[in-house]
Design a protein around this ligand. Structure first.
Ligand SMILES: Cc1cc2nc3c(=O)[nH]c(=O)nc-3n(C[C@H](O)[C@H](O)[C@H](O)COP(=O)(O)OP(=O)(O)OC[C@H]3O[C@@H](n4cnc5c(N)ncnc54)[C@H](O)[C@@H]3O)c2cc1C
Length: 413
């Protein structure tokens, strides 16, 4: 086994959505960065840059603008100009319109593959960023002055050292386990089916969130190279129902969807490939350990109902990049315990708020008791009539309170 003697400043385990974004944010800080990723971004097995689309809030757009990536994503980003929330079979509904908040859009939907393609195209140009890919980290030891990572790739086993290890390796994080951080996992008893879907009605920039007896579903506008009016469907159903839906042929699936969703987006005509994701809330007991920090899904994996998991993970990355850039400028140890404690303190409010918001939304809207359903109708109607409540929600994607990192305000590090 070969060991690279000089330690990297930062080793990022996982070059998916959050890890690759962090590496890009750190590229001009003077720090030496190593990204270790198990799959090439263009591989069909890549679990982060897969068939999904991601709804990016305005805070995330500003981060990508500040990183010089937005102009490359924009041609394939579909604007969300309106959000329509409804409860199937009930009278309550609520609307949010970007124009009411003097915004061009409430958010943007971008295919994950496009985000991966552009992040990695930019990273491959970055001088201070090295990568091992495809390579899998198999063991980590977190020492007093340094961390040692063992990895395996096509050449066999090797080891590297780093002053700081970043866990961007997703909900099953190996780094989290190696750091001895416990994680709680609550199964939602739901599986999300994701597919693209074509209807006979043109997209007018509306994202639909519909809570149905069969589970919440979102229908998002997307830009596709294929002709016709395509959207992304994310339908969360009980696992047995999801299995039954996946077993249907395309025509039968579309007819079930039409029944559950209604006709607001027109008549369903065609379905793309369906992919299933079991849903649970995973939460790490701590965000940092000796020489290690957890980001994105390694720290918290959320239900996709409000489309906030990546937006939150990107704010983790923006905050860490800012602290590391400051440490680099002051020639301080980037893995120092006080720096990591500051990171944890700065991220606490936003993380807690977003976990509670998303989890509460899933629970309130999957409660079928009649009293709860009536309260929900009332809540949606009141929300629809109350501009301050709408303003508060339209700002959710910029963070749930606490400190706003510079990048999320569109400022360079
Ligand atoms: C159906 C669905 C829809 C969603 N929609 C939205 C949305 O609209 N908006 C939004 O903000 N969020 C959304 N999310 C959440 C979002 O997908 C996640 O928050 C995001 O993928 C987290 O990124 P990550 O980089 O932290 O983890 P991951 O995406 O899990 O990436 C982890 C990376 O680490 C690599 N890796 C793992 N272990 C190792 C190892 N040992 N060695 C080397 N590499 C390793 C993996 O190959 C992978 O590339 C959605 C989630 C789901 C399930």
């Amino acid at each position: 086994m070969t060991t690279v003697s000089a330690p990297f400043d930062v080793a990022i385990v996982g070059g998916g959505m959050v890890g690759a974004s962090l590496a890009l944010a750190l590229r001009d800080t003077g720090l030496s960065i190593l990204v270790i990723e198990a799959f090439a971004p263009e591989s069909s097995a890549q679990p982060s840059f897969d068939e999904r689309t991601t709804a990016l809030g305005n805070g995330s757009r500003r981060v990508f603008e500040a990183l010089g990536l937005w102009q490359r994503l924009a041609p394939e980003a579909s604007q969300i100009r309106r959000i329509h929330v409804s409860d199937a079979g009930r009278f309550g509904f609520a609307r949010l319109d970007a124009a009411d908040f003097d915004q061009a859009a409430l958010g943007y939907v971008v295919p994950n593959r496009v985000i991966g393609r552009e992040l990695w195209a930019a990273l491959r140009q970055a001088e201070r960023v090295q990568f091992r890919m495809p390579a899998r980290v198999t063991r980590i030891e977190l020492g007093e002055a340094c961390a040692r990572l063992q990895l395996v790739d096509g050449q066999g086993e090797s080891a590297v050292t780093a002053r700081l290890v970043v866990a961007a390796d997703g909900a099953q994080s190996l780094v989290r386990q190696a750091a001895g951080i416990e994680a709680s996992r609550e199964d939602y008893g739901q599986t999300a089916i994701v597919a693209s879907l074509r209807t006979d009605r043109a997209d007018d920039g509306t994202a639909y969130e519909r809570f149905t007896e069969a589970g919440p579903m979102a229908l998002l506008p997307i830009v596709t190279p294929a002709a016709g009016h395509w959207r992304t469907l994310v339908w969360a159903a009980k696992p047995a129902d999801a299995e039954a839906l996946l077993a249907l042929d395309d025509a039968a699936f579309l007819s079930r969807w039409q029944q559950a969703f209604g006709w607001r987006a027109g008549k369903a005509l065609q379905l793309g490939h369906r992919v299933a994701y079991p849903l649970s809330l995973v939460r790490a007991g701590a965000g940092v350990a000796r020489r290690a920090v957890l980001l994105g899904n390694a720290s918290q994996a959320l239900h996709p109902v409000a489309g906030q998991g990546f937006n939150l993970g990107l704010r983790d990355a923006a905050e860490l990049a800012e602290l590391l850039a400051g440490a680099a400028a002051a020639q301080r140890d980037v893995g120092a315990a006080d720096l990591l404690a500051t990171f944890a303190a700065h991220r606490d409010v936003d993380r807690d708020g977003m976990v509670r918001f998303t989890d509460g939304l899933v629970r309130v809207f999957s409660d079928a008791r009649p009293g709860v359903a009536r309260l929900r109708d009332l809540g949606l109607l009141l929300f629809d009539m109350l501009p301050p409540a709408k303003r508060a929600l339209s700002r959710v994607s910029s963070g749930f309170g606490g400190r706003s990192p510079r990048l999320t305000r569109g400022l360079p590090l």
